[in-house]
Ligand binder design. Structure first.
Ligand SMILES: Cc1cc2nc3c(=O)[nH]c(=O)nc-3n(C[C@H](O)[C@H](O)[C@H](O)COP(=O)(O)OP(=O)(O)OC[C@H]3O[C@@H](n4cnc5c(N)ncnc54)[C@H](O)[C@@H]3O)c2cc1C
Length: 344
């Protein structure tokens, strides 16, 4: 929602990794002095802090996210505010402040770019759960890896086209699944070739999942929904756990590799077992895997790194990584947003 906002900018503070907060250093000297990572000035904007980390060259290390940096402040907010002598006074006014530079924040910023939004992102890099890295020029995702292939008349397709990246993807059919079970690669998993005695069960389950994405097949449990009939259907599926539901559909116990796949899938997607999530949630996620998917080099981070190009005509577009929201409160003039900015 577009709001008017004033920022309380405590850029006079910065944090050295492992050394806590050091107050009263002006921003620029702090950046130069810290010198480990170039911090973007607001006019430099987004491109320096793209969701894809391309500077790790020949390191073979998988770096992933760094959650520890902002936590020291965010989990001990009151002590932090006390340490800087209370809440600072507002210093700036902006028409629109977007908190969080993940997929949602960046897309909102793009769609509302005429408002020249300020994005505050607590991590050192934009992207949220859709970040990527590159090793020797090879881009890979460290979070969200692919999109369900968008229809040509969809809003998403138009957006990707707008960004000039609608043809940079590879389309992969969901049915060509290669799965690793107990460290062993199983190609064409759904043929049941890894458990030949259970091929009929594999086929029944494969057909069942395909039926949700095939025209004229089972209704896809798409939610949230305002549609009363669809809601009733989802409520019914919600009465059963995903695993029991599938066993009922195939009429037999699920073989071991199928069980392993479902457990890995559900733990990684829902942080729970297939026996702990509802059939509606399980089908909603898992059946979608059988659709054609669009995979970009670097996964979904690649879509996000298209935003700076899309915004290149808009030189006033400011954005800030390493800036975490501390508090926002409504006032007559709009919303007051306090954030801290740190270098390391
Ligand atoms: C391992 C994994 C794999 C996934 N795979 C896929 C996939 O293949 N395809 C798919 O479509 N989806 C996938 N998803 C889901 C997808 O990543 C998310 O739905 C999407 O990225 C969410 O975007 P978001 O902007 O809503 O949230 P987030 O990505 O969580 O972004 C929120 C942002 O807000 C920032 N933030 C939080 N608090 C503050 C604060 N106080 N101040 C400033 N900033 C703050 C965070 O640092 C973060 O960058 C996957 C998710 C995970 C975790």
């Amino acid at each position: 929602m577009p709001v008017s906002a004033c920022l309380v900018d405590s850029t006079a503070l910065f944090r050295l990794k492992g050394l806590g907060l050091i107050p009263l250093m002006p921003l620029l000297p702090a950046c130069q002095w810290a010198g480990k990572e170039l911090l973007p000035s607001e006019s430099e904007g987004f491109s320096m802090i793209s969701p894809i980390e391309r500077t790790i060259n020949d390191h073979s290390l998988f770096t992933g996210d760094d959650f520890s940096r902002p936590h020291q402040i965010l989990w001990h907010k009151n002590a932090y505010i006390e340490s800087i002598g209370g809440w600072p006074k507002p210093t700036r006014k902006e028409d629109l402040v977007i908190i969080g530079g993940g997929m949602s924040g960046l897309m909102s910023a793009y769609l509302l770019r005429d408002k020249k939004p300020v994005i505050l992102e607590q991590a050192s890099r934009f992207g949220g759960n859709a970040k990527g890295e590159a090793w020797n020029g090879l881009q890979y995702s460290i979070g969200a890896a692919y999109l369900i292939k968008p229809e040509q008349d969809s809003g998403l397709y138009k957006l990707l086209k707008d960004l000039g990246i609608s043809h940079d993807w590879t389309i992969k059919s969901g049915s060509e699944s290669n799965v690793v079970i107990n460290g062993k690669l199983i190609e064409n998993f759904w043929s049941g070739n890894s458990e030949p005695n259970h091929q009929a069960t594999y086929k029944r389950l494969y057909d069942y999942f395909m039926s949700f994405i095939t025209e004229g097949g089972n209704t896809f449990p798409d939610y949230p929904t305002q549609d009363a009939a669809l809601r009733r259907y989802i409520n019914k599926l919600d009465q059963e756990d995903f695993y029991s539901h599938l066993e009922r559909i195939v009429g037999t116990a699920l073989p071991s590799h199928l069980t392993t796949l479902l457990e890995h899938y559900c733990y990684s997607s829902f942080a729970g077992s297939s026996k702990e999530i509802s059939a509606a949630a399980g089908i909603n996620f898992f059946a979608a895997e059988f659709s054609d998917v669009a995979v970009f080099p670097g996964g979904n981070s690649y879509c996000l790194s298209g935003f700076p190009q899309g915004l290149s005509g808009n030189t006033g577009y400011p954005s800030r990584s390493s800036s975490a929201l501390l508090k926002s409160s409504t006032a007559l003039a709009g919303v007051c947003t306090a954030y801290f900015f740190y270098a390391f």
